[in-house]
Design a protein around this ligand. Structure first.
Ligand code: SAM
Length: 244
């Protein structure tokens, strides 16, 4: 296979909206929750496009098998490289510059930085595993980037793909109502976000921190920064630079 896309290709070439092809045994799971609210409205408005692809359509035997027993023995079934490769080649022919992603708990954990880079690119081709996962040769032969959404095991890659797409789609131009709200969000500044409050001013005896009602924007910004650092130190010290 030639022309395998790299991270450097994650720059939209002006050729239309972000386009996601999702290879799955359960295309009926899409758009699922991405068909409502911000993502759903954006999908309807053509700000992004979603193409579920039924992997089984690329099986070659009479029974449309997509999996087989693991080489070396052991429990479960493994998705076949040849069937998945045919599905990828049909969804992303030669010259398609979209990154190819395999959802897998063995992948690099998804980060907001990776989500931002994907949102700036032309789209993604996403492979959803099932069973014990996919034949490892597919990863190398089709240049797949292995991505995990966390240190736990789901029954299939579909929900992981929905998570990835939800995170990306909300960053696409014109999708979020208030674009500025993204800038102070958790991970964007390297910190978790400060706590948020709204009406009523007192809830079950607990008031909103008075500084937030002071009207002093300098003090409010300082308080938010300090709170973001405190929460990050308490919950996610791994996000802080060494010595902070
Ligand atoms: N045997 C695999 C292992 O131990 O790494 C787990 C296979 S899991 C039951 C089936 C599929 O769910 C995987 O191929 C992958 O596509 C998806 N999946 C499960 N957990 C995931 C996670 N944390 N992140 C992304 N995808 C995941």
């Amino acid at each position: 296979m030639t022309g395998v896309p790299t991270a450097a290709d994650d720059v939209r070439d002006g050729a239309g909206p972000f386009r996601a092809s999702v290879l799955t045994l359960y295309p009926e799971m899409f758009p699922g929750p991405l068909g409502v609210s911000l993502a759903g409205r954006a999908l309807e408005a053509g700000r992004w496009a979603l193409e579920p692809v039924q992997i089984r359509d690329f099986a070659t035997d009479r029974h449309r098998h997509v999996d087989d027993t693991p080489a070396g023995g052991g429990p479960g079934m493994v998705m076949r490289a040849d069937v998945l490769a045919a599905a990828i080649d049909a969804a992303a022919p030669e010259g398609d510059r979209r990154p190819r992603i395999l959802m897998t708990p063995r992948g690099r954990p998804l980060t907001q930085a990776r989500v931002r880079a994907l949102a700036a690119g032309p789209g993604a081709v996403i492979v959803c595993g099932r069973f014990e996962g996919v034949d490892d040769r597919l990863v190398r032969r089709r240049g797949l980037e292995e991505v995990s959404i966390g240190d736990y095991v789901l029954s299939g890659g579909e929900i992981a793909a929905l998570v990835l797409l939800d995170a990306v789609v909300r960053l696409l131009p014109g999708v979020m109502g208030n674009d500025a709200s993204g800038e102070t969000e958790s991970f964007e500044t390297g910190l978790l976000e400060h706590p948020q409050y709204t009406r009523p001013p007192v809830f079950e005896g607990e008031p909103i921190p008075p500084v937030l009602l002071s009207g002093d924007h300098g003090r409010i910004a300082r308080w938010r920064r300090e709170e973001a650092e405190r929460v990050t130190r308490e919950r996610r010290p791994d996000l802080l630079p060494p010595g902070r």
